[in-house]
Each structure stands twice: as C-alpha cells, then as structure tokens.
Design a protein around this ligand. Structure first.
Ligand code: UFG
Length: 344
C-alpha cells in the first residue's frame, strides 16, 4: 500500500517499546501509518520512544498502561481512532514461566482477552497476534508447516497455544474478524543505527543478547548448551531472522488483514537453519574479535529441540514476504548495538 493510503490508518501497538515492537513501530511510521504504543514498561525503557522518533522523524503516540487494566484500554480507544492492533505485549521468559506458571497464564491470556473484548465492542476487528514457533512443540518434523498440530512444553508456550485457540474461536464466532497469528522463529539483530535493540534486564536467557554482552566485555564467556545433538556440528539448529525483516512481516500481515477477513497462522522465519556455532562464527566476523565460549550441559528438562526452522511458503503465498537480511547482517547490527549501547 502507498504511504498516502497508510496515513489514513491508526495502528495500536501493544508492547510497542519492546524489542520486536519498537522495530515494528519504526517500519510502520516509515510506511506512513499512524502508531499508538501502549506499554507498561515492565521490560522496556521509555527512552525507546525517543529513539523511534530519532530514527523515523515521527513520534508515535504513547499510552503508559497495563493491558490488564480494562479502563485504561478503553480510554486509549476513546482517545485515538484505532482501526487495527498489533499485539506484542506479553511475558516471554520461558524459564520464568516454569517458575511462575499462574502469573504467565493470567498475564498473557488476560492481556489478550481484555484487548479483544474492547476491540469487539468498538467494531475494530483487525488483529495481528505475536505467536511463536514454540507452538510446534517437540514432535513435529522440520521444516514446520502451519497445518501441523500445535502443542507446548512450558507455560509460556501454552499461553501462545491457548491464545491461538481463543482467537481461532473468536474468528469462527464472528466472520467480520480478520486475524493474523504470526509464528516467529528466532529474531536477531537491531536497527542499523544502533539506537534500539535487544537488551533484557539481568543475565540474558537468549543467545544473541548473551553474545552481545560477551562481545561488550560485560560477561566473560558464552555457555553453549550441548554439542551432542544429532546436527551437523552437534549444536542446536534454529531459524534466525533479522528483527527488521520480522517487523516488515508485520506490515505485510497488516496489509493482508486490511483486505481479507478470517484467520490465518503464518510462519515468519528465514526458512534456513543455522547452528549455535554458525552464529558465534558469524558474530566473530562481524565484530572482528573472538567470542569466548565453552560447551556445557544441554538445557534442563531437554527443553531444546535439536532443530527448528520454518516452511516459509505460506508467508510468500499470502503476504509476498520473505526474509532478506542474512546472518552476517544480523550479527553486524547486533554488534553495532552492543558496542554503542551496552554499558558495563
Ligand atoms: N543457547 C546457548 N547458550 C545461551 C543461550 C542460548 O547455547 O546462553 C542456544 C540454545 O540452546 C538454542 C539457541 O542458542 O539452541 C537459541 O536459543 P534462544 O534462547 O535464543 O532461542 P530459543 O530457540 O530457545 O527460544 C526462542 C524464543 C522463545 C520461543 C522459541 C520458539 O526465545 O521465546 O524461540 O522457537 F519460544
């Protein structure tokens, strides 16, 4: 769609100050959309909104509120002429979800139900939902296809499975709804400006934020969780994609749901598997320095599937979207972020 026609739309971005949300806001604003961020800043910094303005030259509207607060959500819809929603806001730490399962079920499902109830009452029935490749569970063969059975192995994953079910039932109950269930694979990288990126609080649980902290000299070396998997170098295979490609995937999904009703689950991945050692070596090339690492035991409870990568046919068929940036570019942009933004 053209920038002029996008200017007629106002998109609410829940969790818009987070890692994927902030990059998606940049792409939305660059494409001419009006964007409203609603975020409780539980895992994001308000300065991200300034960074989005610096990058795009446009400032998104900001509502500081928790989505579980139905009155605040209503006030947000009162204030802005929202006609579609991209829903990122959720708790997302897999390990924490095992320690605090009830909090995860309550938080993630309540955020989604409060949001869609308000949308329904306003006749705003276009939703892009952040799902995850985690819904493919441990038994499907790669590459993962959208028509495979879904399940989960931890409470975080179950909140994604359950939300997918809830939204599927909603779309069946009212044919005016238009919903994209986007199943993300593993986003890496950052905006090339280095102004926004993935910087979780505390010791990172995910690969790239951990590598960033090792490269920036904040952590001594990377634990690699197992080298005895049945893969080409013994480490796990994942489908890494640049966060800006992922953000562009949201715009492609949005364009689609403005034109079609119904519900579709769609994989957003590169469709290529890379090992943990591939990522380390690409990061070494990008940063010009060695990344110290040591092999440790596999993740507890056999929580890692050996291989995860997407069949990307449907994303291309429905959205004409595919990932365009390679692993070297993901590592280059992560390193720019790490060396300029991370402090010891
Ligand atoms: N890894 C390490 N050392 C670390 C961190 C990760 O070796 O310190 C390895 C993991 O074992 C895995 C790979 O790097 O093989 C990627 O791990 P991440 O934690 O970055 O990503 P995951 O694939 O485990 O999980 C991601 C998201 C989840 C989501 C899942 C779905 O973080 O939210 O993908 O596929 F559920």
């Amino acid at each position: 769609m053209s920038t002029e026609s996008n200017a007629a739309h106002c998109v609410l971005v829940t969790g818009g100050a987070g890692y994927i949300g902030s990059h998606t806001c940049c792409q939305l604003l660059n494409a001419g959309y009006n964007a409203v961020i609603i975020d409780n800043f539980s895992n994001a910094d308000p300065s991200v909104v300034d960074a989005i303005e610096t990058i795009t030259g446009r400032r998104p509207a900001l509502v500081k509120a928790d989505l579980r607060d139905a009155q605040a959500v209503r006030a947000c819809f009162d204030q802005y002429p929202i006609d579609a929603v991209i829903h990122f806001a959720a708790l997302k730490a897999v390990g924490e979800s095992t320690a605090k399962p009830v909090e995860y079920y309550e938080h993630n499902l309540l955020c989604t139900s409060v949001l869609v109830k308000e949308m329904h009452s306003r006749n705003v029935k276009r939703l892009v939902y952040s799902s995850s490749a985690t819904v493919y569970g441990m038994t499907n063969p790669v590459p993962f296809r959208e028509d495979m059975p879904i399940s989960a192995i931890n409470p975080y994953g179950w909140t994604k499975v359950m939300a997918e079910h809830m939204l599927t039932d909603l779309a069946a109950s009212d044919l005016e709804w238009s919903i994209a269930l986007l199943r993300y694979f593993n986003p890496l990288g950052a905006h090339p400006s280095g102004l926004i990126g993935d910087d979780p609080n505390g010791v990172p649980a995910n690969l790239m934020p951990y590598v960033n902290k090792v490269a920036a000299g904040i952590l001594p070396d990377l634990p690699v969780f197992g080298d005895d998997y049945p893969t080409r170098d013994g480490t796990c295979i994942r489908d890494y994609l640049h966060v800006l490609d992922l953000a562009d995937g949201h715009l492609a999904a949005l364009d689609y749901i403005y034109k079609h009703t119904g519900i579709e689950a769609v994989n957003l991945g590169a469709g290529v598997g890379c090992s943990v050692l591939d990522v380390i070596h690409a990061y070494e090339r990008a940063s010009g320095q060695k990344i110290p690492y040591h092999i440790t035991a596999r993740r507890p409870n056999n929580a890692d599937s050996p291989e995860s990568y997407a069949d990307t046919t449907k994303a291309w068929r429905l959205y004409q979207w595919k990932a365009r940036r390679d692993l070297d570019e993901m590592c280059r942009d992560s390193w720019t972020f790490a060396r300029t933004r991370l402090t010891k």
